[in-house]
Design a protein around this ligand. Structure first.
Ligand code: CP3
Length: 341
């Protein structure tokens, strides 16, 4: 189905109206999501319940008719599949057991074992492949190795990724071994999602912006390049979206450097700048600031500004980061009207 709008944009086509979806579109701002999560018990039980995970993936498609659905799962399921303990503490976020040295890396479960944990996710993909409207593209995803490593080293989210930087700077062999293990696991995880029916995959490098100079090359660029090269060797027509969040001027040329078909940009860069410097080399996804869906005074104005800035090249409309739980679901309709109307 190459006539799906998202796939056309990813091939470089300039569409009169950009296709649109939202990061975290299945989430706590939706009452139907909160009801299904309550039925599942907690967030991880929801991720590992294929019927309910497919249901929450479909909810925003039914409500808004987005051009893409993103598989409902989490980037931290990979560390769990590699043997770390994982739980989500209500109101606080994720907690994991930690990796602090080479022995910790060596104690991880082998990559070939990850499917034991992750097979319900592939079942969610299969259900979605059967149930999504024919014009909707199904996006699979994983965290990029650096971002996943920041949680595996710290055991939680951190404002500055300090623990991961410390391990990287004091024990580079151990840190590199960890990155290599996550890279290998991510290839097998995404390959399995694609074999189950995911049509596009996206790599989330939420903390790429904290890597400087050579570290950006070694831990953001190289692993993404290795993952994408191997996925495309196995699936030559698979489109890939890279999201090195907060990469700033390093967004320029990033997609080509890693072999991605599109780069997602966050809302710290101006759309006019991104159109001139990033979109010149291919499809760009982005970049409305999520707060406009909470405080909508400038919602339509900013939405139209982004549509207009990117209108001369291939563009997928999205937010610059995930929609927040305090967003008003009605504001999403207003955003869509400003894009499509
Ligand atoms: O709708 C979608 O975008 C698909 C599903 C999805 C989730 N997480 C569901 C989720 C995706 C693509 C992610 C990616 C993810 N997860 C990232 C990268 C993108 C980003 O936001 O930077 C990261 C860093 C994580 C790790 C993670 N998951 C954290 C730090 C948290 C806690 C913070 C929070 O928002 O509560 C989560 C939880 C999470 N992942 C929720 C959802 C819907 C909220 C959980 C709940 O329902 O209580």
């Amino acid at each position: 189905m190459t006539d799906k709008p998202i796939l056309r944009a990813l091939k470089g086509e300039v569409l009169p109206v950009p296709p649109v979806w939202m990061m975290r579109q299945a989430g706590r701002y939706l009452p139907e999501y909160r009801a299904t999560r309550a039925k599942a018990g907690d967030f991880l039980s929801l991720c590992y319940n294929p019927e309910l995970a497919a249901e929450v993936t479909l909810q925003p498609i039914r409500r808004y008719g987005f051009d893409a659905a993103i598989l409902f799962a989490d980037i931290l399921l990979v560390p769990q599949a590699l043997g770390l303990d994982l739980r989500f503490v209500q109101g606080e976020g994720p907690r994991l057991s930690t990796i602090t040295d080479m022995a910790g890396v060596q104690a991880l479960r082998p990559v070939s074992d990850i499917h034991e944990t992750l097979s319900p996710i592939y079942e969610t993909v299969r259900i979605l492949t059967a149930e999504l409207p024919r014009e909707t593209t199904l996006i699979g995803f994983a965290g990029a190795p650096w971002t996943v490593a920041t949680y595996m080293v710290a055991g939680r989210g951190t404002p500055d990724q300090g623990p991961a930087h410390l391990l990287k700077d004091t024990d580079r062999p151990a840190f590199t071994a960890l990155i290599d293990r996550i890279t290998a696991a991510t290839i097998e995880y995404l390959d399995a999602q694609v074999r189950a029916g995911a049509e596009v995959v996206k790599l989330f490098d939420s903390w790429a912006g904290s890597l400087k100079g050579r570290d950006f090359e070694d831990f953001a660029l190289s692993p993404a390049k290795a993952i994408i090269a191997e996925l495309k060797r196995r699936h030559p027509t698979l489109p890939v979206i890279a999201f090195p969040r907060e990469a700033k001027e390093r967004y320029v040329g990033f997609a080509a450097a890693v072999g991605a078909d599109a780069v997602a940009v966050d809302n710290s860069v101006d759309p006019e700048w991104a159109a001139a410097h990033v979109q010149v080399s291919g499809c760009v996804q982005g970049n409305l600031a999520p707060h406009h869906l909470v405080e909508p005074a400038r919602l339509e104005e900013e939405t139209r500004r982004i549509v207009s800035a990117f209108s001369k090249g291939p563009h997928i409309f999205n937010l610059g980061h995930g929609i927040t739980p305090d967003a008003d679901p009605d504001n999403v309709h207003r955003m869509l009207a400003a894009i499509r109307g």
